[in-house]
Design a protein around this ligand. Structure first.
Ligand code: ZN
Length: 410
């Protein structure tokens, strides 16, 4: 049913080095209805490997995209942090690229239009491409023109034939998900105007490793990028990275700016980031060995704490029914004997159950009425935002357990 990796997703090298194994896990976004709890859930290996040739870190299994994305429960617009991050990116691009009524901004995996809305408000034509049917419908209802398709070179060709080429293409948190990577990047090369700019944002593998963010690893995330790996990828498609910067969203991401080869002049900071990656050892296995050790240490410390709290008759819930949360619960084996339920702000998740461990999902208000002693912060990457929203819970004596990057109780 799945396709085990035969060669590196960027450079086809077939001698890949093992980094970490999380075991056989259910799909992290596969929230279950009450009716589905009795049926067996599909599980797939979650093994991470490094390509020493191009430095791409990747998982070995490709779960068919149809299984992953047809009804995807993540709605970007529900996170304030995400919205303000998106708005400032839109403002910078509108100003620096001098976008206007004749421009076209295309977003790949445009979700519910959370980002394109800021261009639309400024009178700039937009087009979203979103493979999840339920989310594409939400975007359309909000007035964001959206194609419900997977993006690749064939779709790009079709758009070109309709006279559509983009001044700006944005693909945030999508490169990691793309199973047919080369068809996708070739599509960007075709769809981008000769003087256009493409912006890609992805979780930054150096941060993922240094901060021990193993819960970034799930079946949807096929690849874990460094600037070095991205440079290799784009060069294969006559594209050139002209600038890059580190951004703090999602626990540390890298944003790269790409133009057609020979178009832009590379910024000085690009070379600096590449140099730092070389010093860090982006293509050597030793740099990643710590990752597996670090994860085991985090698991041991968190389980010890949860067992001690249970032994002291404390009640524990969790916050954040995200993919990250599902990975942490399942990879660490934290089930109903330790945590009673999960709360989440998205009404689309409430009433469902977490994959694998089958914890029920309620609304955050439930923490205020039920008053468990502790809430395990699974959405630790939005920690500040959540703690602010849940101030009332802390005022009635509730405490948060923050598991990553350092285990602490606040
Ligand atoms: Zn490679």
């Amino acid at each position: 049913m799945t396709n085990p990796l035969v060669g590196c997703r960027i450079c086809d090298n077939n001698s890949l080095a093992p980094v970490l194994s999380l075991g056989n896990l259910p799909l992290a976004n596969g929230l279950l209805t009450a009716d589905q709890l009795a049926a067996p859930e599909p599980r797939f290996p979650l093994d991470v490997v490094l390509c020493p040739n191009c430095s791409l870190v990747q998982i070995t299994e490709t779960v068919p995209p149809e299984l992953l994305f047809s009804n995807y429960p993540y709605f970007s617009s529900f996170s304030d942090t995400m919205l303000s991050h998106s708005r400032s990116l839109a403002e910078v691009l509108i100003r620096e690229r001098e976008l206007a009524g004749k421009s076209l901004v295309v977003e790949l995996a445009s979700n519910d239009g959370y980002l394109l809305q800021y261009f639309k408000q400024a009178g700039i034509p937009v087009l979203g491409i979103e493979p999840a049917a339920n989310i594409a419908r939400v975007a359309e209802a909000k007035g964001i023109p959206t194609l419900n398709e997977f993006f690749d070179d064939r779709l790009a060709e079709r758009l070109c034939q309709q006279g559509k080429q983009a001044d700006v293409i944005i693909a945030n948190n999508v490169l990691a998900h793309v199973a047919r990577l080369h068809e996708f990047v070739e599509g960007v090369q075709l769809l981008l105007k000769s003087d256009g700019l493409a912006v890609f944002e992805s979780a930054y593998v150096r941060e993922t490793v240094d901060r021990g963010e193993f819960d970034q690893i799930y079946h949807e995330h096929l690849c874990y990028y460094s600037l070095t790996a991205l440079t290799h990828l784009f060069a294969r498609h006559r594209l050139q990275v002209v600038d890059a910067e580190e951004v703090t969203i999602h626990g540390g991401s890298i944003r790269v700016f790409v133009q057609h080869a020979g178009q832009g002049r590379p910024q000085a900071r690009l070379a600096k980031i590449l140099e730092r990656e070389r010093e860090w050892g982006v293509d050597t296995l030793a740099s990643y060995a710590q990752f597996a050790k670090n994860m085991a240490a985090k698991r041991d410390a968190l389980l010890k704490l949860l067992h001690e709290l249970k032994a002291a008759n404390k009640r524990i819930a969790a916050y954040g029914a995200s993919a990250k949360g599902a990975i942490m619960l399942n990879a660490f084996g934290i089930g109903p004997e330790l945590v009673e339920y999960v709360v989440d702000r998205s009404p689309h998740k409430q009433g469902l159950y977490m994959p694998g461990v089958h914890l029920p999902i309620y609304s955050p208000e439930y923490l205020l009425t039920d008053k468990p002693d502790y809430a395990l912060m699974l959405a630790w990457n939005f920690k500040n935002e959540v703690m602010e929203q849940m101030n009332a819970y802390r005022q009635v004596g509730g405490k948060f357990i923050i598991p990553i990057p350092t285990l602490e109780i606040v």
